[in-house]
Write a protein that binds this ligand. Structure first.
Ligand SMILES: Cc1ncc(COP(=O)(O)O)c(C=O)c1O
Length: 419
């Protein structure tokens, strides 16, 4: 079956809007990412990119090395556990971890946390002590200098993330003494979506250099160094994942310089990735509901808008999306249109000046490529009360699962004084 007929058959069977995730493509992305890295590296899959259990499970299993899980909430913890992750393989991160969620995570067996501040570290320690255990903590470091020229920067400027690198030396005695915690290493995540290999390498070199300095200042040998990520994949646009053929050698050289025992696991090394692993396995299928003109501009109104795809402009989304039209209108003459979603807000625009066939009309199918990352769960899913899109997981021509996120309001009993 061609890709086009397969997608058309899935849309006919399950309706639109429909996300289709292809596990063969996901396997290829996982193999490629491990291939760009020295063999000693672990890869944490950032569930924020797509917490769908089937995808998380496929990234864990597969041929060759599997991914560990990086999570930032108890919802993601549930997804990771459902996907079969051993809690010992999970890294819990995030700047706003609450006492309640830390207790829950530790109760479920998670032992590795990224600590974003002294308060965060103390809170992790209290939760660990409540379970009579000790939590391994990576200090998240916000490096004072910015390197990367591409992608979305997370550090090098004031942010809510991590310890400012220049403060660590002064804090070291207190950081080493927090009950219930053991300083296990460092976590630096400086940028997202770096499509320039040279820039990513420069960033990682700088990260490794910083980590070696911070290790000296802390006075504690690093057991795990998570150098972050930034591996790029197109988002809602045509294109390929970035290749990083020079990365492995560059990392080996930088690590040999700063951590001569890294090949013996001192420290263990890791990266984190979301979009690179799942981005290109996804295609969003939407149907044209209406084509209309307004003051000389043509609007194609789809059944998928920013409620289905589009919550995360802050993570490097670049409008417009590009689309492949699966339509009897054929690709002869084309026109430029605005692609709108179904919501009652002018903000519900997926693209302006998008080229589509002139005869495009109601019922035609539109495919938006590279939508496996930051799809449903990063969108305004509940706005205007439309159902979430269906999500079909496939492997070649086999449908593995079809599901939909449901949101339900649950009432709590309210105690009133006169009751
Ligand atoms: C700490 C952390 N890890 C991993 C990721 C995943 O980023 P990406 O999907 O670009 O790989 C993010 C994204 O914001 C992040 O903040």
């Amino acid at each position: 079956m061609t890709d086009r007929t397969r997608l058309r058959a899935l849309a006919d069977a399950y309706g639109t809007p429909l996300y289709v995730y292809d596990l063969d493509r996901l396997d290829a992305a996982r193999r490629d990412l491990f291939g760009w890295l020295p063999d000693e590296f672990d890869v944490f899959y950032a569930l924020k990119a797509n917490p769908h259990t089937d995808l998380v499970q496929a990234l864990r299993e597969g041929d060759g090395p599997g991914c560990r899980a990086e999570i930032s909430s108890t919802g993601e913890l549930a997804a990771a556990l459902q996907a079969g992750h051993d809690p010992a393989d999970i890294l819990y991160t995030g700047p706003g971890k609450t006492a309640g969620e830390l207790r829950e995570a530790i109760g479920q067996g998670v032992r590795l946390f990224s600590a974003e501040s002294l308060t965060d570290l103390e809170r992790i320690g209290e939760a660990a002590l409540a379970h009579d255990t000790v939590a391994d903590c990576l200090l998240r470091v916000n490096d004072e200098t910015a390197r990367a020229a591409t992608g979305v920067r997370m550090t090098g400027r004031p942010t809510q993330f991590g310890f400012d690198s220049e403060t660590i030396a002064g804090l070291a005695p207190r950081l080493r003494a927090v009950p219930g915690t053991s300083l296990a290493g460092l976590h630096l995540f400086t940028q997202s979506n770096a499509s320039d290999e040279a820039a990513l390498i420069a960033e990682f070199r700088h990260t490794i250099d910083t980590a070696a300095r911070v290790e000296r200042e802390l006075g504690v040998p690093l057991r795990l160094l998570d150098i972050g990520g930034g591996f790029a994949s197109p988002y809602g646009q045509h294109g390929e994942r970035t290749a990083y053929p020079a990365l492995r050698a560059a990392l080996e050289t930088a690590l040999d310089t700063h951590f001569p025992r890294w090949r013996q696991g001192a420290p263990r090394l890791a990266v984190e990735s979301g979009r690179y692993l799942v981005g290109d396995c996804g295609t969003l299928l939407a149907s044209v509901g209406n084509v209309k003109t307004g003051r000389g501009r043509t609007f194609v109104v789809l059944d998928a808008g920013i409620n289905t795809f589009g919550g995360l402009s802050g993570l490097g989304r670049i409008l417009p999306v590009s689309v492949r039209i699966d339509s009897d209108a054929d690709a002869g003459q084309t026109q430029r249109v605005t692609l709108a979603g179904p919501l009652c807000t002018p903000g519900d625009t997926l693209g302006r000046d998008v080229e589509v066939p002139v005869g495009l009309g109601p019922g035609d199918l539109v495919a938006i490529p590279n939508t496996g990352a930051y799809g449903p769960t990063a969108s305004l899913l509940m706005f205007l009360g439309r159902p979430a899109p269906a999500e079909a997981v496939v492997r070649a021509d086999d449908v593995v699962s079809v599901s939909r996120i449901e949101h339900v309001r649950t009432y709590r009993k309210v105690e009133r004084e006169h009751d």
